[in-house]
Design a protein around this ligand. Structure first.
Ligand SMILES: C[S@@+](CC[C@H](N)C(=O)[O-])C[C@H]1O[C@@H](n2cnc3c(N)ncnc32)[C@H](O)[C@@H]1O
Ligand code: SF4
Ligand code: SF4
Length: 433
C-alpha cells in the first residue's frame, strides 16, 4: 500500500499532467464556481432589445422548477462548492417565492447577484436582500419616464422603479455587503441620455453604475445600434462625465469592455454592425472558452446550457428553440447537476470550444461577453504552462503557479459578476480622443 507522501506526489503529478492536457480538462480542478440561474422566463415589461417578454406562450405546458426543487438544486450546488449564483430571467421578482430563494442561497453562504427591471422589487422582496453578500442590478435604460418607456415598452413604471431603488438604498445600512447597481444598455434610442442618467444614479446613491452596449441580431433588424452621430454623442457625454466627476458625481462610470473598445476605436461601428460584439475579436484572435471550466446556466425548467449566449439569451424563444437544443446538456430533474457537469456532452463541448471557432457559432460565441476575460486568463494560462514545462522549477513552484492561476480566475470571475468595471472605464476614458 502506498504511503500518504506517495499518494500526494501521485496527485500532484496528475494535476500537472491534466493541466498540460489543455483548457478542456481545467473543469476537473476548478469545478462549477458561478452558476447563472434563469429563475423564470416570464417578464412584465417589453424591451425593444430583448424578446423575453414574448416567450411565455411558446412555453405553455412546461412547469418552472418549484420552490422545493430550487432548494434541492441550491443544496447540490453548495455541495459542489459553487461560490456564486447569478439570478436572472425573465424578471426574477415575478416569482412569488423569490424572497425565500434569496434567503436560502444566503443561508448557505453563497454570494448572489440578481438582475432585475426593478418594477416589483419592494417590501419583503427588498428586505430579503439584507441577509448576505448580495449584489442587485437595476436595469434602467433611460433617465426619465419618456426615455425609459421608449426603450422598455411600458408606460408609467419609471417612478415606481426610482422609488424602489431609493427604498433599497435606504435599507442598505442594514447590510454592508449589499451592492446596488444601475445598468444602462447604450443604444440609439437612449444615446443622448447618458449624462443625465449618470446624474440620476449619482443622486440615488447607488454603489455603481454600469454601461453596456446593445448586442444581438435586433441591433441590425430594428436599427437600434449606434450610428456615427450617436457614437459621437456617447463619446462627448462620457468625456463630460469624466470632467464633472471630480466636482459633482459620487459615482465613477463603469463601462463594459465592448463599449470601451468602441469608444477607444479598438472596435469600429462596421465591426459590430450585426450586433455580434465578440465576433471580430474571436475572428482576429481565436481563444479557448475558459468559462466551461467554472460556469453553467440552468433555466427555469431545469435545463442546463453552457452559458447564456448558447441559451440564445434574449432572442425569440420559438425561433431559437431548435438552435438552442444543440447546446442542451441535460436537465436537473432527470439527473444530478454533478453528472451533467462531468457528462459526455459538456466534455464534447469543452473540446469543440478549444479554441472557439466563431464562424461555426456566430450567434452564440459572436455574442459572448467573456472574450476579454478569456484573453486575460489565457495569458496567465500560457505563463503557467511555461512554468510546468520548465525542468528547473520545483514541484512546489509548479503547483503554486497552478493554484495562483485558479484563485485569480475565480476571483476575477466573481468580481466581474458582483462588482464594477471601474478599471475598464478609467482606462477607456483616459484613452478617448
Ligand atoms: C435579460 S435581462 C434579465 C433580467 C431583468 N429582466 C432585467 O431586465 O434586468 C438581463 C440583462 O440583459 C440586458 N439586456 C437585455 N437585452 C440586451 C441586449 N440586446 N443587449 C445588451 N443587453 C441586454 C438587460 O438590460 C439586463 O441588464
Ligand atoms: S431585458 Fe429584462 S425586462 Fe426587458 S424584456 Fe428582457 S427580460 Fe424583460
Ligand atoms: S458564448 Fe461561446 S465562448 Fe462565450 S461562454 Fe459561451 S460557449 Fe464560451
Amino acid at each position: 500500500m502506498s504511503n500518504p507522501s506517495d499518494q500526494r506526489s501521485k496527485k500532484v503529478e496528475n494535476l500537472i499532467k491534466l493541466f498540460l492536457d489543455g483548457p478542456p480538462s481545467l473543469y476537473k480542478f476548478i469545478g462549477p464556481k458561478s452558476i447563472q440561474f434563469e429563475i423564470t422566463n416570464r417578464c412584465n415589461v417589453k424591451c425593444v432589445m430583448c424578446d423575453r417578454w414574448k416567450w411565455e406562450p411558446a412555453q405553455i405546458g412546461r412547469e418552472e422548477l418549484s420552490t422545493q426543487e430550487i432548494f434541492t438544486l441550491i443544496n447540490e450546488l453548495k455541495e459542489l462548492e459553487v461560490q456564486h449564483v447569478l439570478i436572472s430571467g425573465g424578471e426574477p421578482f415575478i416569482r412569488r417565492d423569490i424572497a425565500d430563494v434569496i434567503k436560502y442561497i444566503n443561508e448557505r453562504g453563497m454570494a448572489l447577484t440578481i438582475i432585475t427591471n426593478g418594477v416589483l422589487l419592494k417590501g419583503k422582496k427588498a428586505e430579503a436582500l439584507l441577509g448576505g453578500k448580495n449584489s442587485v442590478t437595476f436595469s434602467v435604460d433611460g433617465s426619465s419616464e419618456e426615455s425609459y418607456s421608449q426603450i422598455r415598452g411600458i408606460n408609467g413604471v419609471f417612478d415606481t422603479i426610482i422609488k424602489n431603488i431609493k427604498n433599497l438604498v435606504a435599507l442598505r445600512p442594514r447590510n454592508p455587503k449589499l451592492t446596488i447597481a444601475m445598468h444602462f444598455v447604450v443604444q440609439r434610442g437612449n444615446a443622448r441620455k447618458i449624462r443625465e442618467y449618470h446624474e440620476l444614479a449619482s443622486e440615488l446613491k447607488v454603489n455603481l453604475v454600469t454601461y453596456g452596449l446593445v448586442h444581438g441580431p435586433h441591433v441590425a433588424e430594428r436599427q437600434i445600434g449606434l450610428d456615427d452621430l450617436h457614437l459621437k454623442m456617447v463619446k462627448k457625454q462620457f468625456k463630460q462625465i469624466e470632467l464633472d466627476r471630480k466636482i459633482k458625481f459620487l459615482l465613477e462610470p463603469s463601462i463594459r469592455k465592448e463599449l470601451s473598445d468602441l469608444l477607444t476605436g479598438k472596435l469600429t461601428l462596421d465591426d459590430i454592425k450585426h450586433g455580434l460584439l465578440a465576433y471580430p475579436l474571436f475572428e482576429r484572435e481565436p481563444l479557448p472558452c475558459f468559462s466551461l471550466a467554472y460556469w453553467a446556466l440552468i433555466d427555469a425548467f431545469g435545463d442546463v446550457y453552457p452559458c447564456c449566449y448558447a441559451y440564445y439569451d434574449n432572442l425569440s424563444y420559438a425561433d431559437y428553440n431548435e438552435k438552442r437544443r444543440q447546446f442542451f446538456l441535460g436537465n436537473v430533474r432527470d439527473q444530478p447537476f454533478r453528472e451533467i457537469w462531468d457528462g459526455k456532452r459538456f466534455n464534447e463541448l469543452r473540446k469543440i470550444m478549444n479554441p472557439v471557432d466563431v464562424k461555426q457559432f456566430p450567434q452564440v460565441c459572436g455574442n459572448c461577453g467573456s472574450y476579454h476575460f478569456f484573453k486575460d486568463i489565457n495569458e496567465d494560462y500560457n505563463l503557467v504552462q511555461g512554468v510546468l514545462r520548465d525542468d528547473s522549477k520545483s514541484t512546489k513552484e509548479k503547483t503554486g503557479a497552478i493554484m495562483q492561476m485558479f484563485l485569480s480566475m475565480a476571483k476575477k470571475q466573481i468580481d466581474r459578476a458582483t462588482t464594477s468595471f471601474e478599471e475598464e472605464i478609467t482606462e477607456a476614458v483616459k484613452k478617448m480622443t
